[in-house]
Design a protein. Structure first.
Length: 385
C-alpha cells in the first residue's frame, strides 16, 4: 500500500449521454446526509496536491483517507470530488458553474456518496456495493456502486464514488468491492475514508493509495464551527472537548454531551440510584439516529458508555501522573475519588463489558442501569474501606 502523510442517491437511466430521472423514484435514495459541501479547514495542501495530480494525469483510481474521527475526512473527499467535477477543474471548485451547483444540490449524475449510517445502517452490507437478485426486506434498496459504474459518465468527465466510514464494510462487502478496485473503468475515482484502517482487509488496503490527515488546531476547529454552532466555537470547554476534531465537537453538541457528562460524573463522584439516573440519561435531548426507537436507544446508550469510558481512561492518565492540562476531562474529575488500582480496573472492565453488550443487542437501557449499579457498588466499597 502506498502512503502519503499530510497535515437523493438518485437512480438514473440514460439515453446516449443524456441523463433523466426515472419517474416515481423516492427522493429517499440520497446516500449522504450532508449535501452542501462546506468550507474545509486544515486539509487544503492535500487537496491541492490531489487536484494537481489529476491535472497531470497522475491521480490514482483508488484513494484512502485516514486520520482521527471527525477531522473532516469525508468533507475533504467531497471537496476533492467537487474540484474534479467542476467545469473549470481539476482544481479549487468555482462554486458557480452548473456542475458545482449540481454537486451542492446532491444531483450530479457522476457523483455517488455512500453513507450507511445516515440511513440507519450500522454496516455497509454487500447491497451498497453490488447488485443482488435476492435481497432481505430490510437491506439497502438504493443504487449500488456496481450499478452506478455501469453507466456512462453523464458529463463526459470523472465518475466519483465516495465511501464514508469504510470500516463499516463487512468481509463479504470488502471481497465484493475488490472486483471494483481491480476493474474500475476509465476516469473513475473510488475514494474511501476511515479512522480505523486496520478494519480493512489487507487485499483492499494494498490497492489503495493512503493519505493520512492529522487533527486540526484549536483555531481551525473554532473557525470550522463558527457559523453552525457559534456557542461552541467560542467556548473553551467545548473546544477542549473537541480534541482537534470539529466533527467530534459537533456530534457531542448535537447529542447533549455536556448534560450527559454532568450526570455520568455524578456516578463517579457520589452514591446514586441507578434506576433514576438511567431514566434521566435516557430522557436527555439529543440526536440519535436509528431505524427503530430501540435502535435509537441503543445508539444513545452506546454514546453514553463511550463518554463514560473516555472519562475513566482520563482518570487512569491522571493516576499515572499526567499533568491536568494534558487530560481532556481533568477539571471534571477534580472532585471524584480515585479508587485503588484494582478497583479502577474492575470499574473499567464493567464499563467495557457494558459497551460490548450493547452491540450484542441486549436491552440497552438494562445494560446502562447494570453498569451504573455496579459503578455505585464499587464507589460504596471505596468509601467504606
Amino acid at each position: 500500500m502506498q502512503s502519503c502523510v499530510s497535515r437523493p442517491q438518485l437512480l438514473l437511466t440514460r439515453t446516449g449521454t443524456r441523463t433523466r430521472w426515472r419517474p416515481g423514484l423516492p427522493r429517499r435514495c440520497l446516500v449522504s446526509s450532508d449535501i452542501q459541501v462546506p468550507d474545509i479547514k486544515g486539509h487544503g495542501t492535500l487537496l491541492h496536491g490531489l487536484w494537481a495530480a489529476a491535472e497531470a494525469g497522475r491521480l490514482g483510481h483508488a484513494l484512502l483517507l485516514t486520520g482521527p474521527s471527525g477531522v473532516g475526512k469525508f468533507l475533504a473527499l467531497e471537496r476533492l470530488a467537487e474540484g474534479l467535477l467542476c467545469q473549470n477543474g481539476p482544481g479549487e471548485p468555482c462554486r458557480e458553474c452548473p456542475a458545482c451547483r449540481r454537486v451542492a444540490a446532491g444531483s450530479h449524475p457522476d457523483l455517488l456518496r455512500v453513507d450507511a449510517l445516515s440511513h440507519g445502517f450500522e454496516e455497509l452490507t454487500i447491497h451498497f456495493v453490488a447488485q443482488r437478485e435476492v435481497r432481505p426486506q430490510n437491506a439497502w434498496a438504493g443504487e449500488s456502486i456496481e450499478t452506478f459504474l455501469r453507466l456512462v459518465a453523464g458529463e463526459a468527465g470523472w465518475r466519483v464514488v465516495l465511501i464514508r466510514d469504510a470500516d463499516r464494510m463487512n468481509e463479504e462487502t470488502q471481497n465484493a468491492f475488490l472486483k471494483t478496485l481491480e476493474e474500475p473503468g476509465d476516469q473513475v475515482l473510488l475514494a474511501l475514508e476511515t479512522s480505523r484502517p486496520e478494519a480493512l482487509l489487507d487485499t483492499v488496503r494494498s490497492r489503495l493509495v493512503q493519505h493520512t490527515v492529522s487533527s486540526l488546531t484549536t483555531a481551525e476547529v473554532s473557525q470550522a464551527l463558527a457559523r453552525e454552532v457559534p456557542e461552541c466555537s467560542a467556548d473553551p470547554e467545548w473546544l477542549r472537548l473537541a480534541g482537534g476534531s470539529p466533527g467530534r465537537l459537533l456530534s457531542l453538541w448535537r447529542r447533549g454531551a455536556r448534560e450527559g457528562l454532568s450526570l455520568l460524573i455524578r456516578a463517579f463522584r457520589e452514591p446514586i440510584q441507578a434506576p433514576s439516573l438511567t431514566a434521566e440519561l435516557l430522557e436527555l435531548p439529543g440526536e440519535f439516529k436509528g431505524r427503530t426507537p430501540k435502535a435509537e436507544e441503543r445508539n444513545r446508550v452506546r454514546f453514553l458508555l463511550e463518554l463514560g469510558l473516555e472519562v475513566l481512561r482520563d482518570q487512569e492518565r491522571l493516576a499515572a501522573g499526567l499533568a491536568g492540562e494534558d487530560v481532556m476531562h481533568a477539571a471534571r474529575l477534580q472532585d471524584c475519588p480515585c479508587p485503588s488500582d484494582a478497583a479502577r480496573a474492575r470499574r473499567l472492565e464493567v464499563w467495557l463489558e457494558g459497551r460490548r453488550d450493547v452491540d450484542l443487542n441486549l436491552n440497552p437501557g438494562g445494560v446502562l442501569e447494570r453498569v451504573l449499579d455496579s459503578t455505585n457498588s464499587l464507589l460504596l466499597e471505596h468509601q467504606q474501606a
